[in-house]
Design a protein. Sequence first.
Length: 202
Amino acid sequence: MFIIFYILKQKFSFVGKILKGKELAPKIVFFAFVALFLLIVAGEFFGFLRAFRTLSAQEFFGVPLTLFVIEEFFLFVFVLFILSSVIAGFFIFYKSTDFSLLLCSPLSSFKIFLLKFLETAFLSSWPLFLLAGPMILAYGMASGAGAFYYILAVLSIIFFAIFSSSLSSVFSLAAAFILRRLPKFINFLIIVLGLAAVGYLV
């Protein structure tokens, strides 16, 4: 397991290379994305905080509306997570340039799969941090929740990410197994229809 996390650390070490590098342009782009990310997170947090405080002041329909907002938003995050994970998983599992090196290494097939699974889960977890995280924090502050709520929320996010990544990995493997046995025109048609269906649901 240590070698898997070591490989993951090396894969995502590009951030340190950008910060330690002499070129200014990559640093500007990196900090611009970080600033944009923090701006979106802050906007969502204060928006949800105001909304939850307004709903909590409603005597009759405040709680049902709050639960409805949370449920619908988590469904939206779940769909985005699955879509992002399937797209990322396709390239990570089948188009990765390090497969030849990994297959020649002493790593077992299970460890290679686990490495690709964790890499997919990490790259696909942006909806949790960008969308679900601010909402969970805002609801905790608006409802005056204690420390147990935040501990449970962190554990729930972790299990949510594992479940979503597992589901998307199974879907990616099954889809690849089926599509490779069909003509290219049928593959293209299925992919277009699938993307159209996902776009309609989102």
